[in-house]
Ligand binder design. Structure first.
Ligand code: HEC
Length: 158
């Protein structure tokens, strides 16, 4: 293995292609969003849903102990990633609002985890919506800077 290939393996661990964003971004924000935060948030958003179709209203909610644990852990993961966004690796060169958004996400994730811990489906739904609002608030400011489109996933996505 050449030194270059080894370096690439250490950094990405995958065959990430050179894909420079139009504006310089801390290299791994996109990776953190797409690879970690969104998958964790989706688990949380998918935990409780009210779906209405031709057969009536269906309620999706955690049923087993494992379901509830998974829901809580998803919120805890979002919280950990939010805390990571507060570290200099992600926060340097950003404004104070970055800090506020990331801290807001960390706080709402902690409450989201509590809602799952106490097994309150309605609360999980409500906190999922609040979580989404924080994601969107930061994206409104920072996605245009990164030249990205807003993500399509959200609590109401099918
Ligand atoms: C503190 C600010 C901030 C918060 C909070 C935040 N994001 Fe992001 N997000 C960004 C930035 C900046 C980008 C653009 C990164 C890039 O492409 O370089 C991004 C990009 C994304 C993308 C990729 C969009 C695209 O088209 O490339 C997804 C998906 C995403 N975020 C999901 C989420 C979710 C889900 C949450 C909430 C659970 C969230 N983000 C919270 C700042 C944030």
């Amino acid at each position: 293995m050449t030194a270059l290939a080894m370096g690439a393996a250490l950094v990405g661990g995958c065959d990430r292609k050179a894909d420079p964003s139009p504006v310089a971004e801390p290299a791994d924000t996109h990776e953190l969003m797409v690879g970690k935060i969104e998958p964790a948030a989706k688990v949380y958003w998918n935990a409780v849903k009210y779906i209405s179709d031709e057969n009536g209203l269906h309620e999706i909610m955690p049923r087993t102990d494992a379901d509830w644990v998974q829901t809580r852990e998803a919120a805890e993961s979002v919280g950990r990633y939010a805390d990571l966004m507060l570290t200099p690796a992600y926060a340097q060169y950003r404004g104070q609002d970055w800090h506020d958004f990331a801290k807001g996400l960390s706080d709402v994730a902690a409450r989201a985890a509590e809602a799952a811990e106490s097994r309150k489906a309605d609360k999980v739904l409500e906190l999922g919506g609040m979580m989404y609002n924080v994601c969107s608030a930061c994206h409104e400011v920072y996605l245009p800077l990164a030249g990205s489109q807003p993500p399509t996933a959200g609590p109401d996505a099918p």
